[in-house]
Write a protein that binds this ligand. Structure first.
Ligand SMILES: Nc1ncnc2c1ncn2[C@@H]1O[C@H](COP(=O)(O)OP(=O)(O)OP(=O)(O)O)[C@@H](O)[C@H]1O
Length: 433
């Protein structure tokens, strides 16, 4: 393994931070992990760099890597898509700190003689969490959500499609530099409560990019020029926290068809024009670099009311329908995802629950079933405390266990939030779009 060219390139190219691919990140992580032992006593950056260069010349520093779990570093490299040189260095430092705090019950001094073999995958994962939360601690800064694929049931095709569309421009920005090949945005549409927001957040978490979510109506303001200014600020904030996904929810409120809004001053048209200019700005790919990456995802229940030029190639030209969950299989996988944080009694079969529900349900409806079951389980515990058969001091979050009867109460309380007529309308819309 030849680490030197990468390292040299990064040092020489200090002011233009290069994008690292997964192999480079893996190599950098190995290298930082090895270098940690060498530079621990040194505080002066210059000395550290010299020392590392010297040691790289005779590559003796890399010998410590033989004991290192390469699999762990490979996994971590694949989770740090947007990390550059400095971030990876910080990550290794943080992981060491996590490991040390764990071993010494919170005593926060670094050890003089750190034992790198003790670093575990969970230390890297905690370090990753800490870095992410630090990254999003600026005021109003977009955050990296904590929604994982496991929190989402079904939608496998959509997950793949989204990852493919967003992952490529992040991984290979130079391919999108050519102005004829623009990186376009995505428009998710469909009935409310079917997982549009959830899946957008999961993509963001998965790719480790910030997530800035705004609802269209929040940006509208009665004062002249203020709505356009709000739109401009959203994109400014996204650029400042890039790489970033801007999620524009209820987009039809922000960008109705021009000339159709009925406001005599054309205020709405000006907002649409501002939005189009911003969309063109971020999809042009002129500044194709991860550090300038802003990806736009729109969501709407009414794509037919949208300003159609927003859907032109190079803008939000990928339209994806996110519909209700149909059939036992799909509903069961959503129920499983929703029950992930609860204990279930062994006799519970979520497939039976799914079968007892209407053929088509939204995710929000299924969530309602699970929350009703949870409330029933909590009520059961309170009754036991009142009757004296359970002590309050014995309660823990694990005491809430969902059984068949609780889930059945959820099924009985089921009220669809979207009517069959509305669902039929959305399906016809899908055909039309
Ligand atoms: N596939 C799914 N797996 C697990 N939970 C889901 C799924 N789809 C939806 N949900 C649940 O439904 C809730 C509502 O979903 P979400 O907010 O993503 O819907 P939406 O399509 O964005 O709705 P709206 O159009 O009203 O913004 C989520 O918070 C989640 O609890």
């Amino acid at each position: 393994m030849d680490l030197k060219p990468n390292v040299m390139r990064i040092f020489l190219d200090k002011f233009h931070i290069p994008k690292l691919n997964v192999q480079q990140r893996y190599e950098m992580l190995q290298w930082f992990a090895a270098a940690m032992q060498l530079k621990l006593d040194e505080n002066d950056e210059q000395i550290k760099l010299n020392k590392i260069n010297i040691d790289l010349d005779n590559t003796s520093s890399l010998s410590t890597l033989s004991n290192y779990s390469k699999d762990v570093l490979k996994k971590i490299a694949s989770k740090t898509e947007t990390f550059v040189y400095g971030d990876l260095d910080t990550l290794v430092h943080f992981a060491m700190r996590e490991s040390y705090l764990k071993q010494h019950n919170g005593y926060s001094q670094f050890p003089q003689d750190p034992n790198l073999q003790l670093l575990k995958e969970e230390d890297f994962n905690s370090a990753l969490e800490s870095i992410r939360s630090l990254q999003s601690q600026h005021l109003d800064a977009p955050k990296i959500p904590k929604v994982y694929w496991d929190d989402i049931g079904g939608l496998d095709k959509l997950k793949k499609e989204l990852l493919k569309t967003i992952e490529f421009p992040i991984k290979y920005p130079h391919l999108f530099k050519n102005s004829t090949l623009k990186r376009s945005g995505i428009l998710l549409y469909g009935p409310p409560g079917c997982g549009k927001t959830l899946v957008a957040k999961a993509v963001s978490t998965e790719l480790n990019v910030s997530f800035l979510s705004v609802k269209g109506p929040e940006l509208l303001n009665m004062y002249i020029g203020q709505s356009e200014e709000n739109v401009r600020k959203v994109f400014e904030s996204a650029r400042a926290s890039s790489p970033c996904i801007v999620f524009l929810d209820e987009l039809d409120a922000l960008a109705p068809r021009r000339g159709a809004a009925g406001d005599s001053g054309g205020a709405s048209d000006r907002v649409v024009s501002q939005l189009l200019a911003e969309v063109d700005g971020v999809t042009s790919g002129e500044d194709a670099d991860t550090s300038n990456f802003v990806f736009i995802m729109g969501a709407t229940n009414r794509p037919d009311l949208l300003e159609q030029s927003l859907l032109r190639p190079g803008r939000l030209d990928k339209l994806i329908y996110v519909g209700p969950y149909t059939g036992t299989q799909e509903k069961t996988s959503v129920l499983k995802a929703l029950c992930r944080s609860y204990k279930l009694r062994p006799e519970v079969n979520l497939m039976n629950v799914a079968e007892a529900l209407p053929e088509r349900c939204t995710g929000a409806d299924l969530m309602q079933v699970v929350s009703t079951a949870r409330s029933a389980a909590v009520r059961g515990l309170v009754d036991k405390i009142k009757s004296g058969s359970l002590k309050e001091s014995d309660l823990s979050p694990d005491s809430v266990v969902l059984g068949v009867s609780e889930l059945w109460q959820g099924v009985e309380s089921f009220r669809p939030s979207v009517t069959e007529g509305e669902l039929a309308y959305y399906e016809s819309l899908q055909y039309q779009m």
